[in-house]
Ligand binder design. Structure first.
Ligand code: SAM
Length: 265
């Protein structure tokens, strides 16, 4: 049986983005933001050594925790018997199969190298994910709440604000982790509205096509995209604008126009 000595000799793995939280105050602040309740179902991404898991369990919520590192899963299983530990890659986990018909909450100090794929996965699963409290690189967190006409504004902030809303909670120092990361982190709280519209998939395609060349006009980007067969003369939208200047509501208008256009092809 591994002793605590072998545990500490398990070096944090860079490839899995292992920076473990070591500061009680910050753990408490994160757990307060989640504010989990008895009866709720919570999926934790990357429990690591259980810094958040341990506290979340105290609320009486039902905790599922998906961790890619088998060593850490085996260690956690010994201590946190009430948690449902899943040894898997979160990006490959089928959330619909696991949780439908319930709506879950997601939390995690997530591995920074897969932040975008995790966010897109949550967007895809937005009908079963109520909200997500996530720690990520500060730079990425700022992008999620960026406003139009700024360099940080882009696909992720638009998609998240179309499917819900995002709150930047607070910045987190490098000193609360072991090993210390190179960059600052931040906590964000994402809320999904759970609504589904027939134009959702088209909306994402329009935003992606528009941002393919963010410095060029919409006309230029769209005519060089999957929408090249549209008759853009019939579109009631100023296509001389650039993608980065459009609000979420304006992207919705543009999506409606492109949808009408596609019906005419
Ligand atoms: N929650 C712990 C904490 O705050 O101390 C650990 C956070 S650490 C930044 C990220 C954790 O995610 C690591 O334990 C790592 O092994 C795990 N991880 C990395 N890639 C993963 C993946 N694709 N699926 C599930 N877990 C992953």
């Amino acid at each position: 049986m591994p002793t605590s000595k072998t545990h500490s000799s398990h070096k944090p793995l860079k490839r899995y983005g292992q920076n473990f939280l070591t500061d009680k105050n910050i753990i408490e602040k994160i757990v307060n933001e989640i504010n989990s309740k008895e009866g709720e179902e919570i999926l934790e991404i990357g429990p690591g050594k259980g810094a958040l898991t341990r506290e979340l369990l105290k609320s009486g919520a039902k905790i599922y925790a998906v961790e890619i590192d088998k060593y850490l899963v085996d260690e956690l299983k010994k201590e946190l018997e009430q948690a449902n530990l899943i040894n898997a890659d979160v990006l490959k986990l089928n959330l619909v199969d696991l949780f439908t018909p319930n709506r879950i909450r997601v939390v995690g100090n997530i591995p920074y190298n897969i932040t975008s794929p995790i966010l897109f996965k949550l967007i895809e699963n937005r009908t079963i994910v109520k909200d997500a409290v996530l720690m990520m690189q500060d730079e990425v967190a700022k992008r999620l709440v960026a406003k139009p006409n700024t360099k940080d504004y882009g696909i992720l902030s638009i998609a998240l604000n179309y499917f819900g809303s995002v709150e930047y909670c607070f910045r987190i120092s490098k000193n609360v982790f072991f090993p210390k990361p190179k960059v600052f982190s931040a906590l964000v709280h994402i809320y999904f509205n759970g609504q589904i519209s027939p134009l959702d998939a088209l909306f994402v395609k329009v935003v992606k096509a528009a941002f393919n060349h963010r410095r060029k006009t919409l006309k230029n980007s769209l005519t060089n995209s999957i929408f090249k067969d549209c008759d853009f003369k019939k579109i009631k939208f100023d296509l001389s604008r650039r993608a980065e200047s459009l609000s979420v509501a304006e992207f919705t208008e543009l999506t409606n126009e492109i949808n009408n256009c596609l019906q005419r092809i």
